[in-house]
Design a protein around this ligand. Sequence first.
Ligand SMILES: Cc1cc2nc3c(=O)[nH]c(=O)nc-3n(C[C@H](O)[C@H](O)[C@H](O)COP(=O)(O)OP(=O)(O)OC[C@H]3O[C@@H](n4cnc5c(N)ncnc54)[C@H](O)[C@@H]3O)c2cc1C
Length: 486
Amino acid sequence: MTEPQFDVTPARARDITSYDIESDVVVVGGGCAGVSAAIGAGAAGADVVLLERTGGLGGASAMSGGLIYLGGGTALQRACGIEDTSEEMHKFLMAATGPGPDEAKITAYCEGSVAHYDWLVECGIPFKASIYGGTFPEPETDDGLMYSGGEDTYPWYEIATPAPRAHIPQMQDKKPGERSAGWMLMHHLAETAERHGVRNEFNTTVERLVVDDGAVVGLVARRFGDSVTIRARRGVVLAAGGFVYNDSMLAHHAPMLLGLNKLGTDADDGRAILMAQAIGAAVKHMDASECAYAGTTGLIAPSIVVNAHGQRFINEDTYFGRVGQAVLFRQDARSVVVLDEETWEKVPPYERMLQPTSVCATLAELESEMGFPAGSLEQTVTTYNEHAAEGKDPIFGKQQHWLKPLRSPFAAIDLRSKMFLTVFTLGGLDTTVDGEVRNVSGETIPGLFAAGRTTSGIPAAGYLSGSSLGDGTFFGRRAGRAAVAD
Ligand SMILES: Cc1cc2nc3c(=O)[nH]c(=O)nc-3n(C[C@H](O)[C@H](O)[C@H](O)COP(=O)(O)OP(=O)(O)OC[C@H]3O[C@@H](n4cnc5c(N)ncnc54)[C@H](O)[C@@H]3O)c2cc1C
């Protein structure tokens, strides 16, 4: 590690003479995964305490766009006239979340998706039976269903029958990043947890596990400078988010993410992962990351995106997070959007957050202004235009309705900087479908469970909008239930 880390040395149960707090199940973290775990445990009859380091529930989940990836024929999909099956969803997730998709989790998730949607509705979360037809990643409307993973773009439509699967809690007057549909999700999950008698302990930062003969039996936390001991009679569920705010962990596991914009809260410090690693827990996909690209679909799909050599590298109409991952991991975080005036005029106003950085009459001028190798951009655009005029993109498979030859005047939006990519980590603890944490030998650690971005889950490497809240709520709830049974 590049700088001193937290002290995560486990405490020994025999050294603790009394506990300040005691309950059957203790959940760490009040985001979507933790609150779902608390509900799961509470609904199974357990006495549950939730420890949260801030002054309230929510975490990154409450700041989020609220997209929840579900399918297989949910009631909302059916009400919107969408046909979907868990088999098609399974095929898509196996292909799109790799490399290294977690098949056991994907199978459980697809099979349980319809019932999970019903459960969210039972929790009081409203969904409007309408499909969002726009291109912005987080709909400004209160529509309930949208495509969020490029399912209807190449190559995915050849692999699985496409269906919109992002389920979005209904909410008006959204303020993205502050109070959006994720707030609505958390509002109702918090109320449901309260109904199940979950006790929240705020301003309580968990620092270490308490271990007895290899089993996790509690936690040591800090509250306003004082040490607090907590006993878990049945199990501990770690749901404390990811580690994008821990530069030392990034340097160790995912150096490509250093210097990029971070999506989450500063509580995403990876401490819960380190606490579990300190007793032998295994981790997975620690270099994986969601990567939101500054150019959203309404801007880039009718344009072309080129690398530092003036060459295309992806179908621009696919999920913008997939474009972001391609830019980060395959193009060293450097890309340029090239378009023409006519295209720019048609970009929806709310997708014009980026402005052209160069405007030129000829491609030769633009190429020279951007410092591309001579002839590279001209060659790229000439080939693209020839195919676009015939309604084809044989190289990358962009769909016909986005194809139009680019004509003078041309413009470029220079995105050759890390500041145009925004990331959160996807790697974390290696868990079973019931949230049991595995150790480095592949055995489960008695008493220890985890969920959400503290774990590696559905988005193993490839990401789809909605897969984080989806897997956090789904596997969180399962982890809570399993902790009761432990
Ligand atoms: C602006 C924005 C938009 C997004 N949009 C979407 C979207 O539409 N769909 C989607 O799927 N994902 C989206 N995401 C990502 C998603 O919100 C997160 O990945 C997800 O909420 C993680 O859930 P979690 O429960 O694992 O963590 P969190 O929701 O972050 O909850 C973790 C909680 O643990 C607490 N905590 C941390 N450490 C400790 C500790 N040591 N002791 C006690 N408590 C601790 C934190 O304070 C926090 O409350 C978005 C994220 C952002 C920021």
